[in-house]
Design a protein around this ligand. Structure first.
Ligand code: GLV
Ligand code: MN
Ligand code: MN
Length: 411
């Protein structure tokens, strides 16, 4: 029989975590904020109560290490949020991992299996997306991580010092111990609901390229400066944004998406011609070659706009995440557990959202389980999932985790 989760304990902990940074129905808990650090300390306490060796490491990851020996399964997600985030994005997978650890410990058949769990720092990229899992897997070096800055120019090194973590060593993946990574998450999109399914087994995770475009013109008086003499950075941004949208729409593959999520006119006043403007442009697709094609089109259009003037335009890639395929064997474990608990109510699907699992996939077999998002809404205060689906997802994950651990530790 599969380890038994406790639905009340699971939902109780999810709701407690929601209270850190609660804002109406949503949560504002950006990496290293007071609410974020308070949530991390609470989580470390809950991990310790579950019998795990709990610590907050030198980049802010909360790690609960099992005292059991053997080939370990690693499970986790993140507890930081977007600037206006939902209560389940990341939180669900972290509290699932905690509940599965407790369920395994309470099950005589599984109590000696090693499950390590974690909340990875800054998945949402307030400083640098997935920096906690990148630190743990050593796919990024410490100097790059510590030098990353937030919008206000505060570095990770400064944030760590302010959080009292300056003297802590980063925890690292232990190749001899860690045999697989599992992460559960809300879907954050409309596919499961549209198909009438309650569980998703993830096949691949999207690659993400995020660009910063900077426009440098001449700030001047909006009434006295003739149109022909202006070097209007805002106007140049709007024109290039239109060209980019048209060109990128012409290059879309089936699941390619792009978003202009942030535009700033400086100084941003009705009677001043903007002297400077900034724009973000993010492109996502699971196919890196498709991302290369889209990125090349962006570069060509930016170069042409810069050469034509009268405003200078600069392009930089502000962050990027490589796409990743999920491990077929782990997918099969999740699919089999889904079929045992919800026959016919699950499907395989790609992830259009980024996740720490795509960082782990570069180092060890990794897979993900999704539960539906009501109305397909996420990265918004309205984000939610039916309680029955939350409980079902955790049951399936506990079942799959026990089987994966048994397989990892088969002599
Ligand atoms: C992660 O939250 C993403 O932006 O996909
Ligand atoms: Mn998110
Ligand atoms: Mn997330």
């Amino acid at each position: 029989m599969a380890p038994q989760i406790d639905p009340d304990r699971l939902l109780g902990d999810l709701k407690t975590l929601r209270s850190f940074g609660a804002c109406g129905t949503g949560v504002v808990r950006r990496s290293f904020s007071e609410a974020d650090m308070a949530a991390r300390r609470w989580l470390a306490g809950r991990m310790a109560e579950a019998g795990l060796a709990a610590r907050i490491d030198g980049v802010g990851n909360v790690i609960g290490r099992s005292p059991n020996a053997g080939r370990a399964l690693l499970m986790g997600s993140h507890t930081d949020t977007q600037p206006r985030g939902g209560w389940l994005d990341g939180a669900l997978g972290v509290i699932y991992a905690l509940e599965v650890a407790r369920a395994l410990a309470e099950d005589p058949a599984s109590a000696r299996l090693p499950l390590d769990i974690a909340s990875w720092m800054d998945e949402e990229g307030s400083y640098l997306g997935c920096l906690g899992s990148a630190s743990f897997t050593e796919t990024l070096d410490d100097d790059t991580i510590r030098a990353a800055t937030d919008r206000d120019g505060r570095s990770v090194a400064e944030a760590l010092a302010a959080a009292g973590l300056a003297g802590e060593a980063p925890a690292r993946l232990e190749p001899a111990r860690h045999g697989a990574y599992l992460e559960a998450h809300i879907e954050q999109g409309p596919l499961l609901e549209a198909e009438g399914k309650r569980l998703g087994v993830v096949t691949s995770i999207v690659g993400v390229r995020t660009f910063a475009l900077t426009f440098s013109g001449q700030q001047n008086h909006a009434g006295t400066t003739p149109m022909a003499l202006r070097r209007d950075a805002g106007d140049a941004l709007l024109v290039l944004a239109g060209e980019l949208r048209a060109a990128l729409r012409g290059l879309l593959a089936e699941r390619t998406v792009f978003t202009i999520g942030r535009v700033v006119f400086d100084p941003g006043a009705e009677s001043i011609i903007p002297g400077r403007a900034e724009m973000s442009l993010q492109i996502r697709d699971a196919d890196e070659a498709q991302l290369d094609r889209m990125a090349a089109a962006v570069q060509d259009l930016v170069e042409a706009a810069d050469a034509t003037g009268p405003v200078r335009v600069a392009l930089s890639e502000s962050s990027g995440l490589e796409s990743a395929a999920m491990d077929p064997g782990l997918q099969d474990h999740l699919a089999a557990a889904a079929e045992r608990h919800a026959p016919g109510d699950w499907m395989r699907m790609p992830s259009g959202a980024a996740h720490d699992a795509q960082i782990f996939a570069r180092r060890l077999p990794s897979a993900m389980l999704f539960v539906p998002s009501i109305g397909g809404i996420s990265h918004d205060f309205a984000e939610d999932t039916a309680e029955a689906d939350i409980v079902l997802g955790c049951r399936v994950l506990a079942d799959a985790a026990a089987r994966v651990l048994e397989e990892l530790n088969r002599a």
